[in-house]
Design a protein around this ligand. Structure first.
Ligand SMILES: Nc1nc2c(ncn2[C@@H]2O[C@H](COP(=O)(O)OP(=O)(O)O)[C@@H](O)[C@H]2O)c(=O)[nH]1
Ligand SMILES: [Mg+2]
Length: 227
């Protein structure tokens, strides 16, 4: 087969993934429950993905932008308010979990400890968890508590991928620098997916790439197939 044929197949596969991702996220998504204790969480039907990140990183905004629903995940200007795992489903073999934000400076120690316990147990006990998307504010880059969650994910052998948020706040040229810095920080991390996604919920950019990444995971897990 010629190189040209190969790249035509790659292109049509990419197009199929983007279309599958678009359809998946345009379904009516519902909030099912919020749990503060893991035993309240039932086993996921199909595949599960989770979104994690420091509080105020833009997690709720991104989830809302991905599904095109303004208030699915509550956005809030008050950091540290979401202290539970919030679970979203639709009529597809995919569950989305919004993890509680970390690194809120004013959070009391018992809250931080409860968070750590919940997250550790969640990450170690979810066989259907295909990937954790860790959101990083493109203006701030990687922080120590991002690295702590990477350590935990590496130790738990849970695949994770970085999504840069709020890139509308950066000047042209800065985004690539931040992305390369982040990629450098991931080099020796076995569970890190070596591709960084670049998004802005305000500009609605990069959303299609995130949706396609999720569709690709569903394909890898055998939940969707392309002819
Ligand atoms: N400029 C900009 N601001 C954003 C973006 N996404 C979220 N924000 C703002 O960042 C703040 C925190 O967002 P939120 O989604 O609640 O963050 P969460 O705590 O991670 O869920 C809010 O004031 C949002 O309006 C973005 O893409 N661009
Ligand atoms: Mg939130």
């Amino acid at each position: 087969m010629s190189d040209q044929d190969d790249s035509a197949i790659d292109d049509s596969h990419q197009t199929a993934l983007h279309e599958a991702g678009r359809l998946l996220f345009s379904k009516p998504w519902d909030f099912v429950l919020g749990v503060a204790h893991l035993d309240q969480l039932t086993d996921a039907d199909g595949m599960e993905i989770a979104f994690a990140g420091r509080s105020n990183v833009g997690k709720s905004s991104l989830i809302n932008a991905l599904v095109g629903q303004k208030a699915l995940a509550r956005t809030s200007n008050t950091p540290g308010r979401t202290q539970q795992l919030n679970v979203f489903t639709t009529d597809a073999p995919l569950t989305i979990v919004d993890m509680p934000g970390y690194g809120y400076a004013k959070a009391p120690l018992p809250t931080v400890e409860a968070w750590n316990r919940l997250i550790k147990r969640y990450l170690q006990g979810r066989p259907n968890l295909a990937r954790v998307f860790v959101l990083v504010d493109s203006r701030h880059g990687l922080k120590d508590n991002d690295k702590e969650i990477f350590d935990l994910l590496d130790k738990s052998a849970v695949s994770y991928q970085i999504i840069l948020t709020k890139t509308d706040k950066l000047k042209p040229g800065q985004i690539e620098k931040v992305r390369d810095n982040v990629l450098n920080g991931l080099l020796k991390r076995p569970a890190a997916h070596p591709e960084v996604l670049i998004t802005s919920s305000v500009e609605q950019s990069g959303l299609s790439q995130v949706r396609a990444a999720v569709a690709e995971l569903l394909e890898q897990q055998g939940f969707i197939r392309f002819e």
